[in-house]
Design a protein around this ligand. Structure first.
Ligand code: DON
Length: 597
């Protein structure tokens, strides 16, 4: 499997200019939102009456029984505490969930630059209290100059150019998406919801230890490109306690706010960043920007054990793959005991089958015919269910139609009026392509790697994909992002969830849904619970270390499973409606935080 930046020999560099950020040390303040709203240890958390206790194996690092953050009116859960606080404050001041989601997303572009972004894209699922649902696709597109084999070298091997450097980027969709969502369903002006992000970029924020750790981890990549001057000034990654100001980003954000987003795609700011990218060897043009459009789509609506799921249709594979998996599992009256061999077998096998279809049949609906109705059909799921053996793993090769051949962030918002937004956005790998545009103050994505560079050759997530997802100019690359809203039988928001982690987005989000709906776990337990992952190819069942007992691992091996132990299956941020308000939980695998009121 090709890895992000490691080992890539880079001939490309963009050097910092005077527009770089300032960093200085300050003894006070914190990036985060202040004290956690977690219940004090003395106050005993009383789970809702319909929840059941969970039990995890010995050695599992996240104990059952944690308390969530609770809020009476509204909640935001994101990967940056300060961004959650900004979104929550927008709702406290009268904004709705869409206002808050857009404010949070722009704040993440400042305070969580590894994944929050202007230079990337994403997906949003919206449920309104009046019963309306919407899905917005602001995925990047392949530049017009992109070609099918642009990442295949003269020796026939797939290169790293889809992952790192100026050729790795699709045409960014985030600004078009966030502004389109606000214009259609928000209640506040763009200037109002962007104001906190602009302040954060202009006046700076104090780097916290999680931010400092991530910057240090990616220091080498950052140092190779112009972002080094901002995030690792004088060659030293920012330390906790440093004040990070981003004046170039503040200017770009102000221009976006003033022009309802247009300044990102036309005029002097757009021209400057396109020129800077082109001078480094990039192929995105002003024509690409002029053509870019966020697309409103109809969410996939499916029913699982009486609850309605609203999920993201293509160009994300998230909703189709989740729906197909759940349809397969729904045929079992009850799921086996959580953590048991049979649980891993059935859940893993359902994912495996859904991923076979995902990897071979899905792509941008503007370019390929996606058999949505078939793949989300319960009868079709029954035929797949029938292929799951009682005691043996099924080799993917016997299922597959595929004969041809970290970084994302999710935020969940629920408001006091009954509206909810699930929004996932990404640059793909952490800090995207690594290319930082000093003229505008943001990182470019490396989303082109989500296309099939060559049928049959795994991408950076090991996904082996087919022709339906081949590169074509103007096409959206297939995504796994899975922003999801679950409604209760009365049509009210029950759960808002989504994740990061490439293909593991689909499995981690689905498992949180299963843990809540099938296993009756509290939201905190559903998030802490060990996860598994199967994506058809590589043909192995991935489990988290200590996630199942050694006896279960042995049994699974005896059934024919190749077992791969890898930590961190997803990083979910979720909200659940409970009597009296909301519970918010950030994944214990990450450093996010819920904030509500
Ligand atoms: O759209 C996708 O499926 C990927 N670009 C997501 C990448 C991701 O989640 C990286 N984060 N860990």
């Amino acid at each position: 499997m090709r890895r992000g930046f490691a080992g890539a020999l880079l001939t490309f560099a963009v050097f910092a200019t005077a527009h770089g950020a300032e960093a200085q040390t300050t003894p006070h303040g914190a990036t985060d939102a202040g004290a956690s709203q977690r219940l004090p240890a003395s106050a005993r958390y009383v789970p809702p009456r319909d929840r059941r206790p969970a039990h995890f194996p010995d050695g599992w690092p996240f104990p059952a029984g944690r308390a969530p953050v609770v809020a009476k009116h509204a909640m935001v859960v994101s990967d940056a505490p300060i961004a959650s606080a900004i979104g929550s404050d927008i709702m406290r001041r009268g904004g709705n969930a869409v206002d808050a989601a857009v404010a949070t997303a722009f704040a993440l572009a400042v305070a969580y630059p590894e994944a929050g972004n202007l230079g990337g894209g994403g997906f949003m699922v919206i449920h309104l209290a009046n019963g309306r649902d919407a899905a917005l696709d602001f995925r990047e597109t392949a530049p017009l100059a992109a070609t099918r084999d642009m990442y295949v070298g003269a020796d026939g091997r797939v290169t790293d150019a889809s992952i790192v450097g100026p050729l790795a980027s699709g045409v960014p969709g985030s600004v078009a998406g966030l502004t389109a969502a606000l214009a259609r369903y928000g209640t506040m002006s763009l200037a109002r919801v962007m104001q906190p992000a602009i302040r954060l970029a202009e006046h700076g924020f104090v780097v916290d230890s999680a931010f400092a750790r991530r910057t240090a981890d990616y220091h080498e990549v950052l140092a190779r490109f112009a972002g080094g001057a901002v995030f690792a000034p004088n060659g030293q990654p920012l330390k906790a306690g440093a004040l990070l100001k981003q004046p170039a980003l503040a200017r770009t954000l102000r221009a976006i706010a003033r022009t309802r987003g247009r300044a990102f795609y036309e005029g002097p700011i757009a021209e400057a960043w396109v020129k800077e990218l082109a001078s480094a060897g990039g192929i995105i043009t002003m024509d690409d920007l002029r053509r870019y459009k966020a697309e409103w789509r109809t969410p996939i609506r499916s029913v699982y054990r009486g609850r309605t799921l609203l999920t993201m249709p293509p160009s994300s594979s998230g909703g189709v793959t989740m729906t197909e998996t759940l349809n397969i599992l729904e045929g079992f009256d009850t799921l086996p005991a959580f953590g048991s061999t049979r649980w891993a077998h059935l859940v893993g096998s359902a994912f495996q089958r859904a991923f076979v279809d995902r990897n071979s049949r899905l792509g941008d609906p503007a370019f390929v015919n996606v058999p949505l109705a078939q793949l989300t059909d319960k009868q079709y799921a029954a035929t797949l269910r029938a292929t799951i053996g009682a005691t043996r793993a099924t080799p993917t090769s016997s299922l597959t139609a595929l004969k041809e051949g970290t970084q994302t962030t999710h935020l969940s918002v629920a408001d006091a009026r009954g509206n909810a937004v699930a929004l996932t956005t990404t640059l793909n790998e952490l800090y995207g392509s690594g290319v930082y545009l000093t003229s505008a103050g943001f990182f470019m994505n490396d989303e082109m790697d989500d296309f099939t560079s060559r049928p049959g050759v795994p991408n950076m997530y090991g996904l082996v994909q087919g022709e339906a997802n081949a590169i074509q100019p103007g096409k959206r690359m297939l995504s796994a992002m899975s922003p999801t809203i679950v409604l209760d039988p009365r049509g009210r928001v029950l759960l808002v969830a989504g994740s990061r982690g490439g293909p593991r987005i689909i499995t981690s989000t689905t498992e949180v849904v299963l843990n809540v709906l099938d296993y009756g776990m509290t939201l905190a337990d559903a998030m802490s619970a060990p996860r598994l992952h199967h994506q058809a190819l590589p043909d192995s069942l991935r489990i988290e270390p200590h996630g199942v007992t050694p006896a279960v691992t042995d049994s699974l091996r005896a059934m024919g499973y190749g077992i791969y132990e890898g930590s961190g299956i997803g990083q979910v941020n979720a909200i659940m409606r409970v009597p009296g308000g909301f519970e918010g939980v950030a994944d214990p695998r990450g450093s996010g935080r819920p904030v509500g009121y």
